[in-house]
Design a protein around this ligand. Structure first.
Ligand SMILES: N[C@@H](CCC(=O)N[C@@H](CS)C(=O)NCC(=O)O)C(=O)O
Length: 234
């Protein structure tokens, strides 16, 4: 049985982490049995990030690498029926979502004062005092450092949300009125896309990022359809 290590559901979404939502959707798509182990500390994972899994006694991190491993070792094909061109588009959008749009989500959660209060309480609210007072600001400084390293936090707020708006417009234009990214069958890009859209749209936090996402009806409808299909219990 695959053990999936991830934090508990939060913010009215299946998970606080879009990568955890993505991986859980992939496991559901592949109909592979798995067991969730609640783990909120990314440092416990082999790459220092969540999600991670235990398969055959080995810990493996990174949703994309786990996906590759499932394809190589469990006979799953997350790209079934896709042409080489579609596979290339899928990878390009995956990188846009995970390597750029994701960082705007991080910015909107950690740097917007109202969202920071929600996040602080969800992530650190259960810690004993004085950790509950000290840790949030220590981690926030580290997250800001990471965002500066990535480059996103070197821009002003208006520019950051403008860039995210461009990403969302590109995604909405590509999705158009298709049920899934590549037509009638859900593929790996749907897991990635839903993970991030759910973190933006379903999560009970507001920002210009969410406003931009909500301005695309097809993204809103897609997110609620995917939620209904993969997390009907929510
Ligand atoms: N490429 C990784 C990214 C995972 C990731 O960034 N996870 C975040 C949570 S959404 C994390 O663990 N951050 C903790 C940190 O960077 O210290 C994947 O696809 O799994």
């Amino acid at each position: 049985m695959i053990k999936l290590f991830q934090p508990p559901p939060s913010f009215n979404a299946a998970n606080a982490s879009p990568f955890c939502i993505k991986l859980e959707v992939l496991l559901k798509m592949a109909k592979l049995p798995y067991e969730i182990v609640i783990e909120g500390d990314p440092r416990k994972g082999p790459t220092g990030k969540i999600p991670f899994v235990e398969i055959d006694g080995k810990l493996i991190g990174d949703s994309g690498l786990i996906q590759n491993l499932l394809e190589a070792e469990r006979g799953v094909n997350f790209h079934e029926n896709l042409t080489d061109e579609q596979k290339a588009i899928s990878l390009a959008f995956t990188r846009l979502i995970e390597e750029h749009l994701y960082w705007v989500l991080v910015y909107s959660r950690w740097m917007e004062d109202e969202n920071w209060l929600v996040l602080k309480s969800a992530f650190f609210g259960q810690l004993p005092i004085p950790l509950r007072w000290i840790l949030p600001n220590v981690i926030k400084k580290q997250v800001l450092k990471n965002m500066i390293g990535h480059g996103i936090a070197r821009h002003d707020k208006t520019t950051i949300y403008q860039m995210a708006g461009e990403n969302l417009t590109a995604i909405a234009g590509f999705l158009d009125d298709k049920p899934y990214a590549f037509g009638d069958q859900a593929n790996t890009l749907d897991a990635t896309l839903y993970g991030l859209l759910s973190a933006i749209i379903d999560a009970d936090m507001n920002s210009e990022l969410k406003t931009a996402a909500l301005s695309h009806d097809n993204l809103v409808n897609y997110t609620s359809r995917m939620r209904e299909e993969f997390f009907p219990e929510l």
